[in-house]
Design a protein around this ligand. Sequence first.
Ligand code: NDP
Length: 479
Amino acid sequence: MNIQNFINGKFENPISNDWVDNYCPAIGEVYGQIPNSSKADVEHAYQAAKDAFHNWSQTTLEVRSRILIKISELLEVNLLRLAEAESKDNGKPVNLAKAIDIPRAASNFRFFGNAITQFASESHESVGQNAINYTLRQPVGVVGCISPWNLPLYLFTWKIAPAIAAGNCVVAKPSEVTPMTAHLLGEICNEAGLPKGVLNIVHGLGTTTGQAIVEHPEIKAISFTGGTSTGAHIARVAAPMFKKLSLELGGKNPNIIFADCDYDDMLETTVRSSFANQGQICLCGSRIFVEASIFEKFKVDFVKKVKQLKVGHPSESTTDIGALVSKSHLEKVLSYIDIAKDEGGEILCGGNRVTLLGFENGYYLEPTIIEVETDECRVNQEEIFGPVVTIMPFETEADVLQMSNKVKYGLAATLWTNNLKRTMRLSNQLQAGIVWVNTWMLRDLRTPFGGVKASGVGREGGFEALRFFTEAKNVCIKY
Ligand code: NDP
């Protein structure tokens, strides 16, 4: 199936008629094409967004809210179709897309449809000076949203929903590897009555289409989720134009397990936090540190449970681990397993590509656990972003804190303990935007979301996102 750009409410071929292949990772074959959109397509999308901006920014909050909630409802109505499309494009189990990706995309629209009706600004009375200040929160204008392939519709809508709720018009690009649900979103937006031009979706390569969005001088803000090196590049391009930037980047998150935790709950959640979505979630706990007194027991139990995970075709209901997103990504992840061996890591389970009968060219990999001798090795420092975790023991709270923080990233951390004082101490000192205690990936959309250090700049979620997508203007009136 060929996917087209969605501009001004219409589906269109790229102006250059240049296309790139779209692969199905479960079978390793091309199953469609997407536009390789050029600067001219981005300009066309920008013009549509610009033309729509005046009316949309003046649309009442009630109407905006109603349209966003309608989009949310239509995403729910189309749950199965969207989940199947996501699974085919990304390789993730269809059950996962049904339970997580698509419901969350619907929640994103519902949440921001409601949030915009509650978004207020401040006023400050200058006592003794006969003046009052009030702050306007005005939409930025035309904004760019660029998202990655791991949670395609989930992250695409996490940006688009607050952007349009706040009155902006959007030029958006999904990852070229997973364009399908973004394409279907265009249809849904039309059905929900979103005015044409408010959301424009251009497909193509990051280095051409994405770059053209970032370089466009009139696209005033960029919300980007993706790799740290891409984020650094975008920051360099955008800086001289003084664009607003929200960068949600990579992670190498510690999962810290103390002996006093609720063991069974920890074990079950740790399997999930290690391998959900084939380990391709920026929040996965890819560095597992276990208190020395329970390390040997944990190792045995964890390996046993992980060996029970079924690697299979994403459409099968019994599949736990589907395909990795692309051949090049599979090769990258496999190269890290070789690096681990060179570094003296011990592969406790997994480590090999899986060949599924009938789907021999699919990009499957066994869930892999590597016991490392030192936290300073490359597999413990660099983001692998696949079904690969490292484990090692620790002796003291101070040691594990030091190892947890000694990476360039700072996105999330998970802590398993029932000791309140330790919880408070570590939560304060862990260098991360999010700390989960005795849980993982439990999300409340009102909370600030983002990372520190090389994991990003800025926060999304709740009113933080609405603040990002608006400009504050103070008005001071003397009376
Ligand atoms: P990339 O950085 O490769 O790509 C992200 C998006 O940026 C894609 O749409 C990509 O297009 C586009 N892009 C690539 N180059 C440019 C450019 N020069 N200018 C503008 N856009 C560009 O990341 P991945 O898609 O590989 O995603 C995985 C990464 O995302 C991991 O590092 C992961 O940790 C991170 N991530 C972070 C999250 C967070 O919330 N902090 C959440 C999820 C993922 P194309 O794909 O077409 O090349």
